[in-house]
Structures are given as C-alpha cells and as structure tokens.
Design a protein around this ligand. Sequence first.
Ligand code: ZN
Ligand code: ZN
Length: 352
Amino acid sequence: MSGKAAFIWHDNFLKYQFGPTHLFQPIRERYTLDILEDLKIFNKEVKLVEPKPAKESDLLSVHTKEYVDFVKRMCKRGVGYLDMGDTPAVKGLYEGALWVVGGSLCGADLIMKGKVAHAFNPGGGLHHAKSSAASGFCVFNDVAIATRHLQKKYKLHRIAIVDIDGHHGDGTQEIFYEEPILKISFHHYGIFPGTGRVEETGKGVGEGYSVNIPLPPGVDDKNYLDAFEQIVPPLLRRYKPEMILNQFGVDAHYKDPLVGLSLTTTAYYNITRTMHELAHELCYGRLLMLGGGGYELKQVARCWAIAFLTICGVPRECYAHLFDQESPPSSSEYVRKEVRKVVREVKRLYNL
Ligand SMILES: [Zn+2]
Ligand SMILES: [Zn+2]
C-alpha cells in the first residue's frame, strides 16, 4: 500500500534563516535531500518538486495586514527582532518565508489535484506563528495557511492536523481554537511556549477539537508510541478527515539540544507508518507532511529522510543505515506513570 509522493524543495528555502550562529538552520532540509538523492529514490512515482513562493494574499488568509507589513518592513532593515528575542529580522527573511509557505501550498495542491497522494515540505511546519505575531523561529504559520487554502480552494471541511514537534503547536491551536479543525499536539510540557495543557480543548464550535498530550521529560519510544496509538487512530477514525496534515518537527529526538524527550528514529518510523496507513484508510492517502523543529542538523536529516522513505513505501532494509545505532536510557517508572496518567485523562475527556 502506497501512493505517489513528492518531496518539495527549492534552494530559496535556505533564505528562511536567522544568521550563522542561530539554532534554526535550513541547511538540515538540504541534508535531507542529499540523503534521498544518494539513495536514488526519485523517479516517476517519487517526485522532487519545486514550489512557487506564496503570495501576500495567501498570508492574509491567516495573518493581519499590519503584521505582514511589520515583517516586511523589519526584514528590509534587517535589524532587531520579530518577537521577544528568538526570531531576528534578517534581510531576505520575508522572501524566504514566502518560499517555505509556498512549499506547503504546493504540497496541498499536488495532493488535491491527484498528482501525488503524499507530499513532504521540510521547510514548513512553522507552528508557533500567530495571526499577528512571530514566535519561536516561526514567521508565518504555513500549517494554518495551507489549511485555509484547502478550505477555500477545495472546499474541504474536515482537516486534521497532527503535530509531533517537541514543542506545543500553540500558533496553530490559537488560530483554529474556535473552529472544528481537529488539532492534536504531542509535546514536552513545561518548556517553551508554556501552553498545551490537557484542559485546552477548544471553544465554541471548536470545543473538543483541540487535543493536547503534554509529556514529561525522558519519554522514550515505547511510552510515546503507546500514547500515540491509543489517541491518534481513534480520534482520526471518528473525525473522518478529508486530508491529514502532519507537522513533523523532530526536536523530540533524544539528541536534540532544545527538548528533553527521548525519541529515536524508530519512533519516527513508526509514527510515519501509522499516519501513512490512516491516510490510506480514511482519505485516499492524502497526507501532507511538514517539517518544523529540529536543531541537531544531521539527526534531523536522518529522521526526515526516514519519514519520507516510509511514505514512499521503500522497504526498510534499503535505508537501515539511517536508523540510530544506539538508544537513550528507557523511561523511568515515574515517567511511565505520568504518561499513563495523561493518556487516561485525554481518553476520558474525549470519550476514547
Ligand atoms: Zn501511500
Ligand atoms: Zn519544536
């Protein structure tokens, strides 16, 4: 079982950068492509596609005009910050942001036009951006902009967003908090941005459509995957999405310097398998994967390459060398108990 797939890349993705010493380095996306090219996976079924930049009107489907003008103005000058101090204004950043947002729109279009079933934009997944504010290295929220695009252009109503970044997908949650767009976020709780409690369930007609799984530090593959399997498949089967967006930030990897979770490549492989199977079961394979966090650059490239190879249906033996050769210590009894407690609470709240 597999569908055609596209990896979306343009050299201009590298313009979405904050300077040589910043933690966020877009070269990790190019490293991912290097791995895929070395494996010679591109052909008629597995495409490498160049997007076009997004238009200002695409940004305005989510962001305010004042905010877009502010970003443009600040990036032209190239000094200061777009937020409280994580996201510097850099010359060319505005243009770079248009390219990475364009990548997510391109993936959505390729899937909806039936050119491919699955698409992966490693430059996307900028889930912290709010409608009128930058945050945590995220300038424009391509996850939300792609969702609006799917609603407007293709009249989709049921779009599911599964966010596995180590940080809470707060921007995406806030933008759709009062809308019946299913948003599921797994994240390390107690670090930036500080939101993502189980009690944040949505508001108005959006009540019950925000789902948060806050995790303690030290969660390993087994405990994470147990939680994931108990929550994601039943929620998606009940929601019956017409399209699945998967924010695939990989900063929950055990070698990542910013997040305290302890996942290995095996977790990313299994998460992707589950998402891929659910997409085929529920919505003709329509799965748009987006990048996100990930600050240990070579690990990021391996995790993303594994995810893309998995949705392409490439046998695991062909890329066994990409998997972690060692693993971090298993979760402590305390962590296991905490995870079980959170899962029980989520299942109770959402009647799973
Ligand atoms: Zn498939
Ligand atoms: Zn993150």
